[in-house]
Design a protein around this ligand. Structure first.
Ligand code: SF4
Length: 348
């Protein structure tokens, strides 16, 4: 007999793991969707197979990664339900994810959707009235089950139709995790990530940085920005040069490498030739194609920052030879370090 199937939203945290196992325990085939964007978990895109194997071996769950970047970047411009404490549009985010999950139901042969939400667990997005708004606006009414708190909510279609036994669902509520931990223990799961979120939109500093970016404080391109711009925004020290150009410096070897990975066509790369120090990336944006026209003043400002944060000589910041590459222009020159008072207003 072919098993019924369901799609679960999978954050990778305790609640979503437990919710998947509750549904799987009712002999339903579960496809867990792990949504990623540049704001959360998108490094998984480069190790999808490894991640899938990890989740299957640890929790017995079949997870798929779905990249939501495209529409999500747009969503942040003006989320209908506003933002939480920081730049996190949790209600619209959930509506967006559920809408995408609903559209994938036919592909996976799923009869319903489910999440690991628990009433009252989060102040904004998990209130009873908000749960209803989310299911209505994602057009998931009646096909969206919340196995961990279902018995506190109205019966849904999979329950009425007998696909899911309501008596084997739960009535958890509130912020505590004790009940989820006990339930996970019954499935033999004791090793799960701590609740600290992986969503940088909830981070005070990064959230503010992203908000600034959305407000257009950086000159990148009149054609808008994309996921790679957001990824760049999350690396290293960030500067807005006096002409509005966006400049980023790596803070260690790993970040220097990341900047080289993220460098796009037309971006300029700077580094000190003879002493260890940061790699600098001057983002030119898509509209810079073919211009190569960076003012010497801008180049010297960027080079001055590279030297300022480079290794000191006998405890002093000294001038250094800087290499500059942009498209087929390669040159090197001696740059003076900038004094801290010269760039105090440039840092983002
Ligand atoms: S914390 Fe981030 S990923 Fe989670 S619902 Fe809010 S915006 Fe979405």
């Amino acid at each position: 007999m072919k098993l019924a199937a369901a799609i679960g939203l999978f954050s990778g945290g305790l609640d979503s793991i437990t919710a998947c196992r509750v549904i799987m325990a009712q002999s339903i085939r579960v496809v867990a969707l792990k949504f990623v964007t540049p704001f959360f978990d998108d490094r998984l895109l480069s190790r999808e197979q490894e991640y899938r194997t990890e989740v299957r071996e640890k929790y017995g769950i079949d997870v798929r990664i779905v990249d939501l970047s495209e529409g999500y970047i747009e969503l942040l411009r003006n989320p209908g339900h506003g933002f939480g404490k920081n730049f996190n549009p949790c209600i619209d985010c959930k509506i967006f994810m559920l809408t995408r999950a609903r559209r994938l139901m036919a592909q996976y042969g799923a009869s319903f959707l489910f999440t690991g939400e628990v009433i009252g667990q989060r102040p904004m997005s998990q209130r009873r009235d908000t749960l209803r708004v989310i299911e209505r606006e994602s057009r998931c009414e009646d096909i969206l089950l919340r196995p961990l708190c279902a018995r506190l909510l109205k019966e849904t279609r999979p329950e009425r139709e007998g696909l899911v036994d309501r008596q084997r669902l739960y009535a958890f509520s509130g912020r505590g995790r004790r009940q989820q931990i006990e339930l996970a223990g019954q499935f033999g799961i004791t090793d799960y990530p701590s609740p600290a979120g992986g969503c940088i939109l909830t981070d005070v500093n990064l959230g503010a940085r992203i908000e600034n970016f959305y407000q257009g404080r950086l000159r990148i391109s009149s054609g808008g920005f994309d996921a790679d711009d957001i990824r760049l925004l999350l690396v290293g020290r960030q500067f807005r040069l006096p002409g509005g150009q966006w400049f980023v410096l790596g803070r260690d070897e790993k970040e220097n490498e990341r900047l080289l990975e993220l460098a796009g066509e037309g971006d300029a790369i700077l580094y000190m030739r003879e002493r260890p120090g940061p790699t600098g990336l001057l983002r030119m944006g898509r509209n810079s194609a073919g211009t190569g026209a960076l003012a010497n003043e801008t180049i010297m400002q960027a080079a001055g920052l590279v030297v300022r944060y480079g290794r000191k000589v006998d405890g002093r910041v000294m001038p250094a030879e800087v290499s500059f590459t942009q498209r087929n222009v390669k040159k090197s020159f001696v740059a003076e370090p900038l004094g801290d008072d010269q760039f105090s207003g440039w840092q983002l």
